[in-house]
Ligand binder design. Structure first.
Ligand SMILES: [Fe+2]
Ligand SMILES: [Fe+2]
Length: 399
């Protein structure tokens, strides 16, 4: 058994024991010490272990812990507000005990406020319902060991995700390799951002400069696809598969020459034909990388096909598109309409939603379009300016 798995199993065993015995019971103290020994072994291997607890999986660093898929404690910890756990070198038994007490409070119904009364000791263990990068840094306030992260609020940063998406596009263009691990890590991170504050939010990026279009559009379509799939009742794994498909839907555009992508005016028929190849190229790129990403390749291929059979590529035999493609299609058009383009200003959300509703049945799947409009009117949509691009990107035609 690997050190992170052994540590987590000992940690949750201890939490289970803590639920059964009183504060000073020897079994409880013994379990804490035993788990702390496992922590020591883990720290010997990795001085800064970081865990994310999602609803159906545990992420250690940036990797999924395969042995702990569908582990019920991951869901329990996430629901209690412990979606992230970071441990730094120097963590003491006292700090570990304080963290476990706080976690026990959260798991058993929130006596958590009492923890603010604990004596402050240097903190090497941080945990909480995490927003994103930037919010997890030590605030330097010297608070207690079991110091929760601030939860995601109106201010958050998607800088790390945007960097990763830029890297994915660059790698695809330069080396011809699809950085799948990074794409899945971005989706996990976005999923945490959506749930970080204890209620679902839809964190969207607003385009600040045209050369950030590729990044903002990919992230927004990924986020919207996840939010919509979740609203429609899909499980966490499916939700993330739809998110990955949304994130990668336009990956085929890396094969479209830049002068076509940046052309402000109308495209010639030849140029249009080149641009319209991006769904086929995208599907091929994804399939060449990982044949298991069937949903993502279907979405890349079908996201411009309308429900009435219009759009492109033209199918030889008419058939229904994959559900995920119909779902991403709505998210794709919505984000494109709400974005400033060289040839028109961004529409406001209401106007874009009215368009989606009017075109339901012709361009969009009726049920999906309706669900999307209801979701966007009901949910808390948080819009953040796109972080500065590390390198210039090609603005892409809409959508
Ligand atoms: Fe597209
Ligand atoms: Fe798109």
């Amino acid at each position: 058994m690997s050190a992170p798995v052994a540590f987590l199993l000992s940690l949750t065993r201890t939490l289970a024991i803590m639920g059964l015995y009183g504060e000073r019971h020897p079994r409880r103290l013994g379990a804490v010490e035993h788990s702390f020994e496992h922590l020591g072994l883990l720290l010997g291997e990795n001085p800064r272990p970081q865990f994310s607890f999602l609803l159906d999986e545990v992420v250690y660093g940036r990797r999924t812990v395969r042995e702990l898929q569908d582990w019920e404690w991951s869901r329990r910890l996430a629901n209690a507000g412990i979606q992230r756990l970071e441990i730094e070198p120097g963590a003491t038994l006292e700090e570990f005990g304080a963290f476990l007490d706080h976690a026990d409070d959260l798991l058993t119904g929130g006596k958590a406020s009492s923890t603010t009364m604990r004596p402050a000791v240097p903190g090497h263990i941080r945990f909480g319902a995490v927003g994103l990068q930037g919010e997890m840094r030590d605030s330097g306030d010297g608070a207690g060991a079991a110091r929760p992260f601030p939860t995601a609020t109106l201010s958050y940063s998607l800088d790390e995700e945007a960097d990763a998406v830029r890297f994915i596009h660059q790698e695809m263009g330069d080396a011809g390799t699809l950085a799948l691990i990074e794409a899945e890590a971005v989706i996990r991170s976005l999923s945490i951002a959506m749930h970080g504050s204890g209620r679902v939010v839809i964190p969207l990026l607003r385009l600040k400069e045209f050369d950030q279009y590729t990044t903002t559009h990919s992230i927004n379509v990924g986020v919207l696809a996840m939010a919509l799939a979740e609203t429609l009742g899909f499980g966490a794994r499916d939700v993330r598969a739809f998110g990955t498909a949304g994130l990668l839907h336009d990956i085929g555009k890396v094969r479209v020459p830049r002068d076509i992508l940046v052309k402000p005016g109308k495209l010639s028929p030849e140029e249009r034909a080149v641009l319209d190849r991006h769904p086929v190229d995208g599907a091929r790129i994804i399939l060449e990388t990982d044949e298991h990403l069937g949903v993502a390749s279907a979405v890349a291929y079908e996201h411009h096909i309308m429900i009435d059979g219009g759009g492109y590529p033209v199918l030889q035999y008419r058939r229904d598109c994959h559900f995920a493609s119909r779902l991403v299609h709505v998210c794709d058009v919505f984000d494109a309409l709400c974005t400033d383009r060289p040839y028109r200003e961004a529409w406001d959300i209401d106007r874009a939603l009215s368009y989606i509703e009017e075109r339901a049945g012709a361009e969009f799947d009726v049920q999906i379009a309706r669900a999307f409009a209801v979701m966007m009117r009901r949910f808390d949509v948080q819009v953040s300016a796109a972080p500065g691009a590390a390198s210039a990107e090609a603005p892409l035609p809409v959508p």
